[in-house]
Write a protein that binds this ligand. Structure first.
Ligand code: XMP
Length: 517
């Protein structure tokens, strides 16, 4: 395996991503725990990530010395290159101008890192993002590539198999970056491509068994892909020791609750407690129009209902569950390395089960912590979840409540649910569902005048939203063909009573958010 030591770069997760694409297993650990991880994992190679920190600052993070002494190949990326230089006797200074974005490097020497990929004398596009620069390299190292802003764009100590690159091979703006990382793991480290989803599944099952032993686990299903995949995986590992609870807030899309229930009970034969709490949720939300208040009410009720259910389960005579399973994904855990500090503004209070474990005094089982969304989907398919389920667009915890600006009523939710279903049906028929990251309808609290047949109508406006995105952090609105929009609008107005006008949202994120509330 490969150990990736995280110094807090925004793109560390992409290193893991690229390595898995080459079929090699890797783990990311924050620099504070790197030594421990190195001992335990006994990796065949190490990669040092970038960082927002500066090696020149007092107390800036360092790689454990053992990493350089162990005789395993090391690749330092950006900050990783700088700290390796600094730690092995070179020097780094604060740069006078930052080099940021696209740059070109020129290869100066042949190297095992470039084997079969880059010839001396050739030029290649790379992506740089650094302020500091190396001013002297440690003994035993030589420069293997240069760029205008970085005379030490790539350095190597071939004998000790230590390499450093100032650019970021993990991002797509470095077109050959994936191949370069593949070279490191295959040519330099000598690992084979034997990491597959089915190997990961076996490994995770063993891990879950080791963690949980004979104890019971409680899992809160949200109806989404992540918690479902986590639950099925855990069930495969520990069977009856798992109890799944689906708190149904009545704010799901059309037919979705039934799909979740039948997927578990029928398709997988996994026992499921289905709590229909829609009256409670919709009752408490009645007349509430402030988005944050809606989110808080839903979050609080969810915890109340789940806790009550957990108490019932704990008193069934089989012992109280000690673990709580969550479908946390890698992008949710990036805050694991934090030293840049500074309070961040709360844009929205995200609803998830994050508050539960502390309040209920439970330990966590999070088998998807190392995976990206598309890898979770692949694992779901591997576990036998149907395609339509694993391929589903992300859906927010507070559900349709935040797609119905203004006060909520059952009637409005029904209208929204129908319009949303028609819209998604059109998207599927046009073959666009998988190209779009997320698409949904929003029911506006605005009525407008229309004419249908010979009569006047005074009905709601429905807004359609569709975005492309990689991780939901930024998003572009989807450029539909006008004919598609016209057809979808016609169908919605004809088929959904209560809507007489449809508009399309052409806002990207930022400045908009994906959801309207
Ligand atoms: P925004 O609207 O913040 O959404 O651009 C980004 C992504 O997150 C989803 N989302 C949520 N997911 N609980 C969730 O689990 C929430 O409270 C929540 N709010 C937004 C949203 O659907 C989009 O995919």
């Amino acid at each position: 395996s490969i150990l990736i030591i995280d110094f807090g770069s925004q793109v560390t997760q992409l290193i893991a991503r690229r390595l898995r694409e080459t079929g090699v297993y890797c783990e990311i650990h924050p620099f504070q725990k790197a030594e421990e991880a190195f001992e335990r994992l006994k990796p065949k190679g190490v990669i040092l990530s970038g960082s927002p920190a500066s090696t020149v600052d007092i107390g800036s993070p360092r790689a454990p010395e053992t990493v350089f002494d162990a005789g395993v190949p090391v690749l330092g990326i950006c900050y990783g290159e700088q700290t390796m230089s600094a730690q092995l006797g070179g020097s780094v200074e604060v740069g006078h101008h930052r080099e940021f974005g696209r740059a070109f490097i020129e290869v100066k020497k042949p190297s095992a890192l470039f084997e079969g990929l880059w010839e001396p004398g050739s030029r290649h596009q790379v992506w740089m993002s650094h302020g500091d620069k190396i001013t002297a390299i440690p003994e035993g190292f030589e420069v293997i590539a240069v760029s205008e802003g970085a005379p030490y764009a790539a350095i190597a100590n071939e004998q000790r198999r230590l390499y450093g690159v100032q650019f970021h091979p993990e991002v797509l703006h470095t077109p050959d970056g994936g191949k370069l990382l593949a070279n490191f793991v295959h040519q330099v480290v000598g690992l084979k491509s034997d990491w597959t989803m089915s190997a990961y599944r076996e490994q995770m099952i063993a891990k879950i068994r080791a963690q949980v032993g004979s104890k019971r686990v409680l899992c809160a299903l949200s109806g989404g892909v992540d918690s479902a995949v986590a639950a099925v995986l855990i069930h495969e590992a520990i069977g009856e020791q798992l109890t799944c609870v689906f708190v149904d807030h009545g704010l799901m899309r059309l037919g979705e609750s039934d799909q979740v229930v039948s997927l578990f009970r029928e398709h997988f034969n996994i026992p499921l407690v289905h709590v229909d709490a829609s009256d409670l949720f919709i009752g408490e939300l009645e007349g509430v129009s402030d988005p944050e208040t809606k989110r808080k009410i839903i979050g609080r009720l969810f915890i109340d209902v789940f806790e009550a259910e957990a108490k019932k389960i704990a008193s069934d005579g089989k012992g109280a569950p000690e673990f709580l399973a969550q479908g946390t994904l890698y992008p949710d855990v990036i805050e694991s390395v934090s030293f840049s500090g500074g309070p961040s503004v709360t844009i929205k209070s995200h609803h998830n089960v994050g508050g539960l474990p502390a309040r209920m005094n439970m330990k966590l089982v999070e088998p998807l912590r190392e995976l990206f969304k598309d890898e979770v989907r692949a694992l779901g398919r591997e576990l036998g979840l149907p395609d339509f389920f694993v391929g589903r667009h992300p859906f927010p915890g507070p559900g349709l409540a935040i797609r119905c600006p203004g006060g909520i009523t059952r009637e409005k939710l029904d209208i929204l649910r129908k319009a949303d279903a028609v819209y998604l049906d059109e998207i599927r028929k046009a073959g666009l569902y998988d190209t779009i990251w997320q698409a949904f309808a929003v029911l506006l609290p605005v009525q407008t005048v229309g004419v249908m047949g010979d009569g006047r109508t005074y009905d709601f406006v429905c807004a359609l939203r569709a975005v492309t995105s990689v991780d939901g952090m930024t998003a572009d609105f989807y450029h539909f063909d006008m004919t598609f929009l016209a057809d979808a609008a016609t169908r919605i107005i004809n088929e959904v009573k209560g809507i007489n006008r449809v508009v399309y949202d052409v806002t990207s994120k930022p400045p908009g958010t994906i959801e309207w509330e």
